[in-house]
Design a protein around this ligand. Structure first.
Ligand code: ADE
Ligand code: ZN
Length: 340
């Protein structure tokens, strides 16, 4: 078996994917047409050609326009199921999927619409694809913290449809401390907590995510390497970092994938996983992120197994379910070793 096939079928979890970032141009056009919305570009090709970004904000500006094609329960169902099918084909056994409610409520699309659509797709995936999947609700940090609290209130009737909360959108200028109250409240509700930190923002934002928001995982966290005390803390506590290599290159964090710090992070014993972030925009789903990163950094099969193991062990599943998936991983690795 070649490395590409080995990595494709390697049992893994995806822990950092924005469902709105899986909306492919073809689906944007299909939905815009059926919803009577004028498309932002003349063709699918022109829209895809516009996906050139030099930083996070340039991407977000286009991403929010794309998400505006989503109007109906069916739209949210189709988008979510399309992603889960793609993920299952990449060996994903467990997905913890971000959604951005404020992107929709601000446009007049209400909780029952998107929660029902996404919830039904998760159920289809569990029964038909054999993949375990849950949602994590993210607050947009460029909006006031009071609106995050209102969003949490509006979401609580759907409490059984999501397992945690996160924090995303424009990072620099919007430090984690702004969201302490809503994270505290979510914690009291028994929700898991994660936050984007150290994508474009400084190491101080990673410290604040850990100490002020009490997150269980850090999304991205690549800039943590600039602070050796922070690296020591993340390694000692084995805080999961959900790294997104193709995203980091597309948004200018690294000039080339060959320059990515993921190998260094592994060497420092950080608990990193590989994820796709916004695969419709960044040129690859989780499978491509695994294969391209392995090749660019010359990572060994053992290192890639460590990444997959980290991903499964960093899920919000209970211990028994995690152990089941980890045993599946061990069996897969043992069977592959016999083949080669
Ligand atoms: N929303 C979607 N993708 C994001 C990213 N990479 N960083 C921050 N917010 C996002
Ligand atoms: Zn992200």
């Amino acid at each position: 078996m070649g490395m590409v096939e080995f990595l494709r079928d390697l049992p893994k979890a995806e822990l950092h994917v924005h469902i709105e970032g899986t909306l492919e141009p073809e689906l944007i056009f299909e939905m815009a047409t059926r919803n009577g919305i004028a498309p932002s570009h003349a063709s699918v090709e022109e829209l895809r050609a516009a996906y050139e970004f030099s930083n996070l904000q340039e991407f977000l500006d286009i991403y929010y326009v794309g998400a505006a094609a989503l109007r109906t329960e069916q739209d949210f169902y189709d988008m979510t199921l399309a992603y889960l099918r793609r993920a299952a084909a990449d060996g994903v056994r467990r997905a913890e999927v971000f959604f951005d409610p404020q992107t929709h409520t601000e446009r007049g699309v209400a909780f029952p619409v998107f929660m029902s659509g996404m919830g039904a797709a998760l159920q289809t995936a569990r029964t038909d694809l054999g993949i375990s999947a849950d949602l994590i609700m993210c607050f947009l940090r460029h909006l006031p913290a009071e609106t995050a609290m209102e969003t949490l209130d509006a979401a609580l009737p759907y409490r059984d449809l999501f397992v945690g909360i996160g924090l995303d959108s424009s990072e620099v200028g919007f430090p984690p401390e702004l969201f302490v109250d809503v994270f505290d409240r979510a914690g009291a509700e028994g929700l898991h907590r994660v936050a984007h930190a150290g994508e474009e923002g400084p190491p101080e934002y990673v410290w604040a995510a850990l100490d002020s928001l009490e997150v269980e995982r850090v999304d991205h966290g690549v800039r943590a390497l600039e602070d050796s005390d922070l690296v020591a803390r993340l390694a000692a506590d084995q805080v999961p970092l959900t790294v997104c290599p193709l995203s980091n290159v597309k948004l200018g964090g690294f000039a080339r994938l060959e320059d990515h710090s993921l190998a260094t992070m592994l060497d420092r014993r950080l608990k990193v996983s590989i994820n796709s972030d916004d695969p419709a925009y960044f040129g690859g789903y989780v499978g491509e992120n695994y294969t391209a990163t392995q090749q660019a950094l010359g990572l060994t099969a053992d290192q890639m197994v460590t990444v997959a193991r980290n991903s499964l062990d960093s899920t919000f599943l209970d211990r028994a379910s995690k152990d089941e998936l980890l045993a599946e991983l061990d069996d897969y690795v043992a069977a592959s070793a016999e083949l080669s």
